[in-house]
Design a protein around this ligand. Sequence first.
Ligand code: 0X9
Ligand code: ZN
Length: 304
Amino acid sequence: RLGTERYYNHEEINQFIEDLAGEHPRRVFLKTVGRSYEGRWLKTITITNGDARRNKNVILVDGGFHAREWISPAAATYLINQLVYNLEDNADLLLDFDWVILPVVNPDGYEYTQLSEDTRMWRKTRKPSSSDCIGTDPNRNFDFHWNEEGASDDPCDNIYAGAKPFSEPEALVVGDLIHSYVDRGQMYLTLHSYGSLILYPWGWTAAVPDTEEDLHEVAAAGQSAIQEATGTIYKIGPSATTINYAASGASDDYAFNAGFPISFTMELPFGGTGFDPPASDIDSIVKETWVGIAAMARKVIQKY
Ligand code: 0X9
Ligand code: ZN
């Protein structure tokens, strides 16, 4: 079980989910779903209650899109701990749903931010571009209104959309995951930081989907559970107007458009100078995040 006393690197996180699958062979399944540009294995962990019923609904969660947002993989691994080790409290979350989690979407970037103080604030992937600048924003690389809004053609920008949609192997892996689970998928949740926000589509335009009420209802369940638990106030709303900028080619809109009825970007709280909560804050942030995710999942389970 991974603790919350420090941040873990990609290899430790992969080892952790592999060990879990080994220890719980009837409940926990590991799948290698791709490789990063630098060759790191991208693996999903599927957590079930072991009743071997197939084709349950699915909640798909990912973390670590943006390299510097370290609290995101930490929240993903805490969620994994909860679903595997705390079956007593969470049995209802696994009765009719399986959970599929990819804790670190962009391991090359994540490792790069761990090299030195100078690289700590890296955001993108690490694949070279046509220019001297390295990396693409994986959350601008999805094939839905790609490079239309809040994205850049300039490889030196932090929001570079890439040479073409899904030019980044890491984004393509998430796109493939979305398609492979969409028939059963009821909620897609992508963990980012920072801002204490639960954002729902659309992110590429200020227009809102006609199912906004459903999205709002589920987000509000997370918001109020968090406020009750810790007093932290999350803001919820349509992405483009709640975070105050439109950005297209992101995974949340892609998943929603593909057919996930509920799709959220959760921006975890500010810590340290923003993206770098001190290790001593990890525990409280990831616990609070879990309270919100569990409440949203319960609302989804009740609705779908
Ligand atoms: O800009 C992003 O990719 C996300 N914020 S972050 O500070 N973590 O980079 C927000 C994405 C919201 N969703 C869409 N705009 N579709
Ligand atoms: Zn982010």
